[in-house]
Design a binder for this molecule. Sequence first.
Ligand code: MLT
Length: 307
Amino acid sequence: LDLRAEIDRLRMERNAVILAHYYQRPEIQDLADFVGDSLELSRKAAATDADVIAFCGVKFMADTAKILSPQKIVVLPDMDAGCSLEDSCPPDKFKAFREAHPDHIALTYINCSTEVKALSDVIVTSSSAETILAQIPPEQKIIFGPDRHLGGYLNRKFGRDMLLWPGVCIVHEAFSETELLKLKAQHPDAPIAAHPECPPHIVDHADYVGSTSGILQYAKTMTGDTLIVATEPHIIHQMQLAMPDKTFIGAPGADGNCNCNICPYMALNTMEKLYLALRDLQPRIEMDEDLRLAAKKSLDRMLDMAS
Ligand code: MLT
């Protein structure tokens, strides 16, 4: 079976759009109709006139597509493609946290469940968080979840004291400062670009801190020819496509290479599973309508405030 040809045939037959996150395998990025970060993919999902969205990313991203485009069939090649941040934040515990701080608003990272979105006031992504936080008056008290490193980074940058939910991303948590400094010693002129989900001991060494789309943009404008990249290494595929003459090195984990920083959830999506998802229109995202409408409010606020 020629999987690529079959996927192309089914994409036409189903009037499907294939959306892929930058953290997907290169072969999936290469066949996608659109590759982007959570904010860009949310916008595409809201605007598409396709009948089917095949979402190559993790479950909360496919859920977001369904929240924004309820009339469409949304398939996720592997329903087990979860997220450690979403898992760290069970809705009942988040609800109790909110209730314990009734004078705070909840600014919540998109890496969370639909239930947690429904309990939140404004959603942010890593590429919209700074723009959105800048619009919230300094005296407004805020709880921020589930990523404590992104929240801590924003607190330091904006001089805020948002209360932080204690979640982390297992991928960004795995970078090693010792190995990063060894790598930097080998490439003293190469800047380091880091995602704000990284802990402070990594972010503090970075010349640029931002989302995947931000890092991609930084790579396009930097003057040097080598960049050390501290986020999930599959983003490097887009950098190499856009800048074949430059060198991009994935920041290392404790074993000295970047393979331990591959997201195990993102990696669950394969060409085979994408083909089956388009053929069978399964696994499909289903959602309670009241829950969807409640979650949509905080997402719509993000889309308004981010633009
Ligand atoms: C997202 O927004 O998709 C994730 O935080 C990763 C990123 O693109 O920065």
